[in-house]
Design a protein around this ligand. Structure first.
Ligand SMILES: *Cc1c(COP(=O)(O)O)cnc(C)c1O
Length: 398
């Protein structure tokens, strides 16, 4: 890859220059008076971005996967039953993690490309009158398939069934690029990582926990130490940390939130919706199919595109990288080789998106896909010349 080009992978995302500088710090004594000025604004900012006032933000060294582990190990006990759907690589891996922790996972199999099967979850939860299901796992934005799921709808289904299970939401590829409402959606543990919507290097597992999750923590018996919520919640208010904090990245997180809030969260979400619209019309102009089955489930942060038969998704990614120095996302798991993905989360402008669309077009043509060069670019230009639409509440609810 060329370091001059933006990446079009759905994480890690492009790092704005100001955030690279914010992460680059001399050694900070984390027991000095400097550290609270970094940690406290970072934690308060995470709560604003995740839209929680009732919950607490906790930031571990780690990545999104560490956030999954923190969610389950802090709130559950061996043998506990959890409900999850297998509808993409990330939801599948979280299920695997639960099993390796000795949890009993009730898995709803859904097509890769479908959204989280809320109606099936609703039936299962309504039938679980003994409340054996202790937690419901949901991947808000399945990065492998480019599918957004309806977390508000899932919460409504849990409420309709009057089910007390905890709700854990993987927002790794949605948070800070798409609307996310922890309190309104009744989320008990929300999870992301630093290298996606927060536009930072990898290295932080960013979570927020509800009061209900904190109460569950006292009863949970799964072993945990490094990712123990209790140590963080006890020490963070006085800016203590149970081990050496990743100070540079935390300073980057503080700066990232300042950058997001300077643009305005709604404007950030509208920008992503607008950029995604351009990518989607380009795919339409190429005559290619989306991996996401339902149009309204198409993600605003990543588009997974199905290649015609005989065209290998891995060959697409390899050619883009070697010939044009540009990285796109490969297909993962069940859709490996069948799709390629254009990541458009985090720091991205219309101009950058056009470069990605134009490059993807050249790669498609080079591989012999029957497309007209310029067709996708022209379609996207049509979108990008129009004003950014307001951040509609109908979409926001999804
Ligand atoms: C990237 C991603 C993860 C994994 O996060 P890591 O930071 O790589 O551990 C989990 N879930 C989703 C939806 C993701 O996009």
């Amino acid at each position: 890859m060329s370091l001059q080009n933006p990446v079009f992978i759905p994480g890690p995302t492009n790092i704005p220059e100001a955030l690279r500088k914010a992460c680059d710090m001399p050694t900070i004594d984390h027991r000095s008076s400097v550290f609270p000025q970094i940690l406290q604004p970072a934690l308060a900012g995470v709560k604003r971005v995740l839209k929680t006032e009732a919950g607490e933000a906790i930031v571990f060294p780690g990545t999104g996967t560490g956030g999954w582990e923190a969610a389950i190990s802090n709130t559950l006990s061996p043998g506990d039953k959890v409900l999850a759907a297998n509808f993409g690589m990330f939801s599948a891996k979280w299920i695997d993690m639960c099993r390796r922790h000795g949890l009993e996972v009730q898995v709803v199999e859904a097509p890769w490309g479908a959204a989280l099967p809320v109606a099936t979850f609703a039936e299962i939860l309504a039938a679980d009158t003994g409340h054996e299901i202790r937690a419901v796992l949901a991947t808000h934005n399945e990065t492998a398939t480019g599918v957004r799921s309806d977390i508000a709808g899932l919460r409504a289904a849990m409420n309709a069934a009057d089910h007390p299970a905890l709700l854990f939401v993987d927002g790794v590829s949605s948070i800070a690029s798409m609307d996310f409402r922890m309190d309104e959606w009744g989320i008990d543990v929300a999870i992301t990582g630093s290298q996606k919507g927060f536009m930072l290097p990898a290295g932080l597992a960013i979570v927020a926990v509800s009061r209900k999750a904190v109460a569950a923590m006292e009863r949970a018996t799964l072993p945990r130490f490094y990712f123990d919520f209790r140590d963080m919640l006890a020490m963070n208010p006085a800016s203590g940390y149970p081990y050496t904090p990743v100070v540079g990245l935390l300073n980057g997180l503080k700066a990232s939130i300042e950058m997001l809030e300077a643009e305005g969260l709604d404007a950030v979400f509208a920008r992503h919706a607008h950029i995604a619209d351009g990518v989607r019309v380009a795919v339409g102009a190429w005559g290619l199919r989306f991996c996401a089955i339902a149009p309204d489930a198409r993600s605003d942060t990543v588009t997974a595109i199905v290649l015609p038969d005989g065209i290998d998704g891995n060959a697409f990614v390899a050619h883009a990288e070697t010939r044009y120095g540009t990285s796109f996302g490969a297909g993962l798991g069940a859709v490996a080789g069948k799709v390629f993905r254009i990541g458009h989360l985090g720091q991205l402008s219309e101009t950058q998106a056009l470069a990605g669309i134009a490059t993807a077009e050249m790669v498609l043509a080079d591989l012999g896909v029957d497309i007209a060069l310029g067709s996708g670019v022209a379609a996207a230009q049509g979108v990008y010349r129009s004003a950014v639409k307001g951040h509609g509440s109908a979409r926001a609810a999804a």
